[in-house]
Ligand binder design. Structure first.
Ligand SMILES: [Zn+2]
Ligand SMILES: [Zn+2]
Ligand SMILES: [Zn+2]
Ligand SMILES: [Zn+2]
Length: 589
């Protein structure tokens, strides 16, 4: 193995033996940034949730875009972008061996028109990004097949729900995090197959439960205590869940229960020799998160899966029948051997390219579809392509790009963050690694000053109705108000300061007896993201005290701490009890 010091954060990091084999196999130098800094460096290229009104440069049509109008980027409406009316090859250029590769790539990137948003087959859901096959939805992203869903991220096949984060196949749910197959669950996390519940955590197959944690197939439970049907209904009426005060009291009790709930060290299903969290069907994968359905020999990959092998440093979004991928985001569908790429699918042998599809042998390209043997969007005869690429790689080692902080980028580095068209605070980087403007600038990231828009607030969060009955009495007047977010733009959560309630949203609150939110949709999203553990691992020992069966022992001798060790996303200083798989399974009721 190799010991290194990260050129971005100065932390020590280790390149393991397996990794060295991988880097040798793909012919790239070992990384100079640590895994987490590399992840952030990719994240700053990914804006899923910051949307603006902008104009298509070809048709003049008003469109929603992930690029704000002040950016030096020409955008095309996506139907025009994918049409044959223009050719990205027209922006192709000769490689100049007297200038650094990244400089020339940047010039190309900012010349080629970009797609406004990345939606496919959506109906009445224009105010969304990275979204396919959705209907009548609003502000959902990394999303597919949703209907009438508002404010969701990483959501699939949900119906009539609001405020979801990592949620699949739910109906009539509100404030759900990591929820699957749920029906009328309000404020739920890590729950599957639950219905008619308020405030539940780590529950499966539960119905009619309020304020419960760690339950399996239970009905009529309140704060983990069983009731008969009549008593349950009386007690729920007493809790007064239709008022803010009642909800708040219930939440406080629930949080106390949740703090004491035993945690499983990691959620690894059918995994072999793998570390990380929320993995299904992983073999020899390490430090991977939220990947399902078959993955082998992967490291530092996040969000995706679906049959992939030899994938390193890929996030957000990777997989679906793919192999040998390195330093990529939103990439991989039916792809092989792609490195230093973003939004590249159905392709092979692609390096340093963004938004390219169904292509082969690309180096430093932008926006190409169905092309072969291109460098900086210029076509080469197949016989010349390979030798040109080798020459450029050598030149990249000799003539690195130097960013504004003096850091060098040779072959083997992802795109410099300062070349990203987005501010750090517009991207998923801010969602998972929030920092403020001064730190961002100090670290060489861009910052967007357009995120908090000027808003004329007409109603303070504190003046919102206290109960759903008061809300009903207020009528539709509330739709005209600009409500001030309680965070007033003083947080690092892309706070919009003011927000409005949409008619279908109001109908949802009234139908389900829920009060209006006091935070804007961005601050609500950030609160949900914070409910999950970070993508980082610590070595810990199981916290369970096992009883020892021996008549001769007395007092403390009768128990012994479970010796099992594991890697977990729960930091050692956290107060929750964290158990190994076996002890956890014995603890759930
Ligand atoms: Zn670092
Ligand atoms: Zn806010
Ligand atoms: Zn906030
Ligand atoms: Zn244990």
């Amino acid at each position: 193995m190799e010991k290194k010091v990260c050129r971005k954060c100065n932390a020590d990091f280790i390149v393991a033996d397996d990794d060295l084999v991988f880097y040798r196999k793909i012919g790239t130098p070992t990384p100079t940034w640590c895994p987490e800094c590399r992840r952030v460096r990719r994240f700053v290229w990914r804006n899923e949730r910051s949307l603006y009104r902008n104009k298509c440069a070809a048709t003049g049509k008003e469109v929603i875009s992930s690029f704000s109008p002040d950016k030096p980027i020409k955008i095309y409406d996506q139907s025009y972008w994918f049409s044959d009316a223009w050719s990205p090859l027209d922006y192709g250029r000769e490689y100049d061996f007297s200038r650094s590769f990244f400089e020339q790539w940047r010039d190309l990137y900012y010349a080629v028109p970009q797609i406004n948003v990345s939606n496919k087959n959506v109906e009445n859901s224009e105010f969304c990004n990275v979204n396919s096959d959705s209907k009548d939805s609003y502000l959902i992203s990394a999303a597919y097949e949703n209907e009438r869903v508002m404010y969701g991220n990483r959501v699939g096949a949900n119906r009539d729900s609001l405020d979801l984060y990592i949620a699949n196949n739910n109906e009539y749910c509100y404030e759900l995090v990591a929820g699957k197959n749920c029906y009328k669950v309000f404020w739920g996390q890590d729950c599957t197959n639950c219905s008619d519940c308020y405030f539940i955590y780590d529950c499966q197959g539960c119905r009619d439960c309020v304020g419960c944690t760690g339950l399996r197939n239970k009905q009529y439970y309140i704060f983990n205590q069983p009731y008969d049907k009549a008593a349950y209904e009386r007690k729920v009426a007493d809790l007064d869940l239709r008022s803010r005060a009642g909800l708040e009291r219930t939440r406080v009790e629930f949080e106390k229960l949740r703090a004491g709930q035993v945690r499983k060290f990691a959620n690894l299903v059918n995994c072999e020799n793998s570390t990380g969290d929320n993995l299904e069907g992983a073999k020899n994968c390490h430090e991977c998160y939220d990947l399902v359905n078959g993955l082998q020999n992967c490291r530092y990959a996040v969000w995706g899966g679906y049959q992939m092998s030899d994938v390193y440093d890929a996030s957000p979004g990777v997989g679906a029948n793919s192999s040998v991928i390195y330093e990529a985001f939103d990439a991989g569908i039916n792809s092989n051997d792609i490195q230093f790429v973003g939004v590249v699918h159905n392709s092979s042998n692609v390096r340093y390219s963004l938004n390219c599809y169904s292509s082969k042998n690309l180096f430093g390209c932008v926006g190409l579809s169905r092309q072969e043997n291109c460098i900086l969007n210029r076509r080469y005869p197949e016989s010349e392509y390979g030798t040109m690429v080798e020459r450029i790689k050598r030149q990249m080692m000799d003539l690195p790009y130097v960013d504004r902080l003096g850091r060098e980028y040779r072959y083997g580095e992802f795109f410099p963050p300062e070349m990203s068209p987005y501010g750090y605070n517009e991207t998923v980087a801010q969602e998972y690694y929030p920092i403020d403007q001064s730190v961002a600038v100090e670290c060489g990231f861009n910052w967007s000053y357009d995120v908090a828009r000027n808003v004329a607030v007409t109603k303070k969060a504190g003046d919102l109705p206290e109960s759903v009955d008061e809300l009903r009495a207020l009528g539709e007047g509330i739709l005209r108000e600009v409500i001030e977010c309680e965070h007033k733009g003083e947080c690092n959560e892309q706070c919009t300061i003011g927000f409005k309630i949409l008619p279908q949203e109001l109908a949802f609150y009234l139908e389900h007896g829920l009060p209006l939110p006091k935070l804007c949709f961005n601050c609500r999203h950030y609160a949900r993201v914070k409910l999950r553990n970070p993508m980082r691992l610590w070595k810990r020992q199981c916290d369970n005290q096992l009883r020892i069966k021996n008549e001769e022992l007395t007092g403390d001798e009768k128990t012994q701490r479970c010796p099992n060790m594991f890697e977990t996303t729960y930091a050692p200083e956290r107060e929750e009890k964290v158990y190994c798989e076996k002890c956890y399974q014995n603890s759930v009721v």
